[in-house]
Design a protein around this ligand. Structure first.
Ligand code: COA
Length: 325
């Protein structure tokens, strides 16, 4: 009988991302609704975002990001036995996206499921994947966060249209050979279902609605403690963190979380993701997109200790410390 964990833990093996080509600037939005570039930059931090065309499906972006992550990990599709697609914007609930994405990448007969924890989805996915690997249920897990929020945004509603965008990011989670190479800490996660109405899809037009100020208040007070808990679960202190990658919801929320962490001992030179400036809020894709872009510009490097923390509709939240591959 082999009922005990088979490997000491899990680690990230590779990363990849994909975004649509089309850039929508704040001025583009101001041409069709009552908003302006200065307000959006000051209140949200976004300068531009990527929006997919009608023909591009969520699974197309997920396939692209997933394929890149596998290549980055140096793995073949046949090495993967589990695919988790974190998403909240599939066009229909059936069939799920994960099995289609796996099939198109060439991963044969994997365990494949969609995971809806909205903007916390990628961190929920990495946490789930790490535990599957550690328990011996999976060997290599492809975790993809992919969203086509543009399908669910009312493009005449300035309270949501200025914020949300499209994209996908992916990571491969695999086994760590020994204790020293474990690279994913325990996940700190939870939810606040009593606040579910503050972000929901409306019955009348099937479009996203949010109570912006309520979400803002919640995120700026409740998320830093989740991040601190993730650090504690990893057996670290805030000073050990090199890079902070919060969900890219609003630059002011990101800065508030970073400020609280610094108050608790995080370093002044902590590198903080600000991918929202050019990518907008891509929900479950925002954290892996930010990581991939920070790697590209040298702000995150192999061996860095990185704190991820996602939060959003549900309300749901999750965070963990990872070692960048
Ligand atoms: N463009 C220009 N002006 C706008 C505007 C827009 N898109 N939206 C609101 N305004 C105006 C309002 O009419 C109001 O004007 P007034 O002071 O003359 O009445 C003023 O700006 C402030 O409005 P308010 O709704 O208080 O804005 P805010 O500072 O709370 O910013 C959000 C709105 C949505 C950007 C902000 O609340 C937010 O980011 N919340 C979090 C949302 C989020 O992160 N969601 C995703 C979670 S995963």
């Amino acid at each position: 009988m082999k009922l005990t964990p088979t490997v000491p833990g899990a680690r990230l093996l590779g990363l990849g991302s994909a975004q649509p080509d089309k850039i929508v600037t704040n001025d583009d939005l101001a041409a069709t609704m009552d908003t302006n570039d200065q307000w959006i930059r000051e209140r949200v931090g976004i300068q531009e975002r990527r929006v997919a065309d009608e023909k591009t499906l969520l699974v197309d972006m997920a396939v692209e990001a997933g394929t890149r992550a596998l290549k980055d990990a140096g793995l073949e599709p046949s090495d993967v036995d589990t695919v988790i697609l974190a998403t909240c914007t599939m066009p229909t609930p059936i069939p799920n996206g994960a099995a289609q994405v796996a099939d198109r990448i060439g991963i044969r007969a994997p365990a494949a499921f969609d995971l809806n924890a909205a903007c916390a989805g990628f961190c929920y996915g990495v946490g789930t994947a790490a535990d599957l690997v550690r328990a011996g249920s999976s060997k290599n897990v492809l975790v993809i966060g992919a969203e086509k929020l543009s399908d669910w945004v009312d493009w005449t509603d300035r309270s949501t249209a200025i914020i949300f965008a499209d994209g996908a990011g992916a990571a491969v989670v695999g086994p760590a050979a020994d204790e020293a190479s474990v690279g994913i800490g325990p996940v700190a996660w939870g939810s606040a279902g009593d606040l579910a109405p503050v972000i929901h899809i409306k019955d009348d037009n099937a479009k996203l609605f949010q109570e912006g100020q309520a979400v803002f208040r919640w995120a700026t007070t409740k998320i830093a403690p989740v991040a601190l808990r993730a650090i504690e679960l990893a057996g670290l202190t805030p000073a050990d963190i090199d890079v902070l990658v919060p969900h890219q919801a609003n630059l002011r929320i990101i800065e508030a979380v970073a400020k609280k962490l610094r108050k608790e001992g995080a370093r002044e030179d902590l590198r903080v993701a600000d991918d929202i400036v050019h990518s907008g809020n891509t929900s479950s894709a925002s954290i892996p997109l930010a990581l991939d872009h920070m790697r590209a510009d040298g702000r995150v490097r192999s061996g860095d200790t990185v704190l991820l923390v996602g939060f959003g509709a549900g309300l749901s939240y999750a965070g963990q410390v990872v070692i960048f591959p």
